[in-house]
Design a protein around this ligand. Structure first.
Ligand SMILES: [Zn+2]
Length: 241
């Protein structure tokens, strides 16, 4: 049996120092003493008894693995008996060393990450980070294995830091996969909520098509979808990725 706040870890910095450091730096990729890569960021509690309280969250592979409120800092287990000591130690050490980890990031990419879409299907991405002279770009391309015969999802973001680029592309993946735009029933494609958001790309034979929900929507299919809306108005906005 583990109790909340069980066991202690020796840290050089207070929770407030760590929080301010992470808040300024943005989502940060760090490595535990055992060599596990994770992401730490400062945010506020979203609900429950810790609503609006400062919290440091720890993510691995895009999933939350633990969090530390001020009360948990310095303990091996947090309020909900999750192991966080190794993460807190790594944050503490990074503050001490002022590490940036950029080179390490470059060496470690691309990486494979899995997410679930709105239909409960697992979508696997190859996530890559590239150092451009003007900043960093993160791309997430659905793997061949995951997309099968579909055209596949693809996301791309730019940022001034690698950590933020990675953070943005993961947020984009989650947000996008949480919404399902197309409903395919008995070969008929319709819209789930009168909205279509996707990416303009080309098919294998060079035809301009849309990618929506990771699926290809060609010209014929697009007009077929619209035919259900005769008499309504439409607005098309082209956005940067
Ligand atoms: Zn606590």
């Amino acid at each position: 049996m583990v109790n909340p706040h069980q066991d202690t870890v020796e840290l050089h910095h207070s929770f407030e120092e760590a929080y301010v450091w992470l808040d300024r730096r943005g989502p940060s990729i760090l490595t535990t003493g055992a060599g596990t890569r994770f992401e730490a960021f400062a945010t506020k509690g979203q609900k429950g008894e810790h609503l609006d309280e400062p919290v440091i969250k720890f993510f691995q592979g895009g999933k939350e693995f633990g969090r530390s409120y001020a009360c948990c800092w310095g303990h091996y287990y947090n309020c909900s008996c999750t192991r966080i000591g190794m993460y807190c130690k790594a944050v503490d050490k990074a503050i001490l060393e002022g590490s940036t980890d950029s080179d390490q990031i470059k060496e470690n990419f691309p990486i494979i990450e899995s997410y679930r879409n709105a239909a409960g299907k697992t979508i696997e991405f190859s996530v890559n980070l590239e150092d451009l002279s003007a900043g960093w770009t993160a791309t997430a391309t659905e793997t061949d294995k995951s997309k099968g015969k579909r055209i596949g999802y693809h996301f791309h973001v730019c940022s001034s830091t690698p950590n933020e680029a990675l953070w943005k592309v993961r947020t984009k993946i989650r947000r996008s996969l949480a919404t399902k735009y197309l409903d395919v029933t008995e070969g008929e494609t319709t819209l789930t909520h009168d909205e279509i958001v996707g990416r303009i790309t080309s098919s294998d034979n060079g035809e301009t098509v849309l990618e929506v929900d990771g699926k290809e929507v060609d010209a014929e299919k697009f007009w077929k979808i619209l035919s259900a809306y005769e008499g309504f108005e439409i607005s098309i906005v082209i956005r940067e990725q």
